[in-house]
Write a protein that binds this ligand. Structure first.
Ligand code: GDP
Length: 315
């Protein structure tokens, strides 16, 4: 029981996972990644969160955008635009290679988890990165304009339509990918990364069997909400539109009894007492990861805190 399992979406999750990878060995760390954002576009299978995590661990991520690859060029997208093709989803030339090969292999019947493993091997990523499932669980966003596929809402419509709920299609029939339940069964600690609780962590936990397996472990979450705002993306906007005041506390309430420990930002120190009152162990530190040193420091603090929480819980 010495594995550390991280649950992650894209940008926020990848940053903490990168920090964890600098503190742990490849045998210790397993990352389970959201697949609700995955979609078909231009005939290709695109897995944004999985690629963000893998590119980050491979040192290939674009640090400025948080998604896509460093040193990217955009020739294919430009030529696509010239002939009237859809360019709203930005796909760089280097990134396209990933999608082409993944799509080819998926079409030949290989599972996403095996393809991801092989890509990681090619990119010299020694850490285990697992899609939450090999089945498709596409996120749909209920909005004032009707139901929108996730990327239509997130990228094409830039999260503008007001949200009233989410649906993860076919999730009841989805199975955890090979290795997911095994890793959770072996986990000393599960870390819920600072990812969007609605559309990054939610779809992972909805896959039958995963939430139950997580609930058996010592679970620590890092709040993606700092000072009532998301660092990036629509998480805070989603809370507001769903009638909830966005805060670190709101995230803890959403995860509910799953959590044993909770890491919040220094600016949210005022919420410590209420969180402790609700039965949580709380660590209050600087959780904003601007630099690689921040990722490393936060990961170390989360792991040390996790050890203390584990020891107290299992004493
Ligand atoms: P996405 O799938 O690319 O949107 O990525 P995630 O769901 O993993 O990350 C989005 C969430 O991460 C947002 O709610 C952000 O507030 C949060 N986030 C991003 N960077 C940081 C950071 O440095 N610290 C913290 N605490 N949260 C962050």
């Amino acid at each position: 029981m010495d594995k550390i399992v991280a649950l992650a979406g894209g940008v926020g999750g990848a940053k903490l996972v990168h920090g964890l990878s600098q503190c742990l060995t490849p045998e210790q760390l397993v990352t389970i990644v959201n697949i609700g954002d995955d979609f078909n576009h231009l005939g290709l299978r695109i897995c944004p969160d999985l690629d963000t995590v893998c590119y980050t661990l491979a040192g290939k991520a674009n640090l400025a955008t948080g998604w896509g690859r460093a040193g990217e060029t955009w020739n294919a997208l430009e030529s696509l635009g010239e002939i009237g093709g859809p360019t709203w989803f930005r796909l760089g030339d280097l990134d396209l290679g990933t999608h082409l090969e993944r799509t080819r292999r998926l079409r030949s019947g290989e599972p996403l988890s095996k393809i991801t493993k092989d890509f990681c091997c090619s990119w010299e990523v020694e850490f285990t990165v697992l899609p939450a499932s090999d089945d498709n669980v596409p996120t749909w966003v209920y909005t004032e304009e009707g139901e929108l596929p996730f990327q239509e809402y997130f990228v094409h419509r830039q999260c503008l339509p007001k949200v009233s709920g989410f649906r993860f299609a076919d999730v009841e029939a989805a199975k955890p990918a090979p290795g997911v339940l095994e890793a959770l069964g072996d986990a000393r600690l599960v870390i819920i990364c600072p990812s969007n609780p609605w559309v990054s962590i939610g779809p992972i936990l909805e896959i039958p069997g995963i939430q139950e397996a997580v609930a058996c472990r010592t679970v620590i979450a890092v709040s993606p909400i700092i000072g009532g705002e998301a660092v990036k993306g629509p998480a805070a906007k989603m809370y507001k539109e769903l009638g909830i005041q966005p805060s670190a506390q709101a995230v803890a309430q959403q995860y509910g009894s799953l959590l044993t420990g909770y890491v919040i930002d220094l600016v949210d120190k005022g919420q410590e007492e209420a969180l402790r009152h609700a039965g949580l162990e709380v660590l209050t530190v600087d959780t904003l990861m601007k630099t690689n040193a921040d990722r490393h420091r936060l990961a170390k603090q989360v792991l040390d805190f996790g050890e203390q929480v584990f020891d107290r819980k299992n004493k």
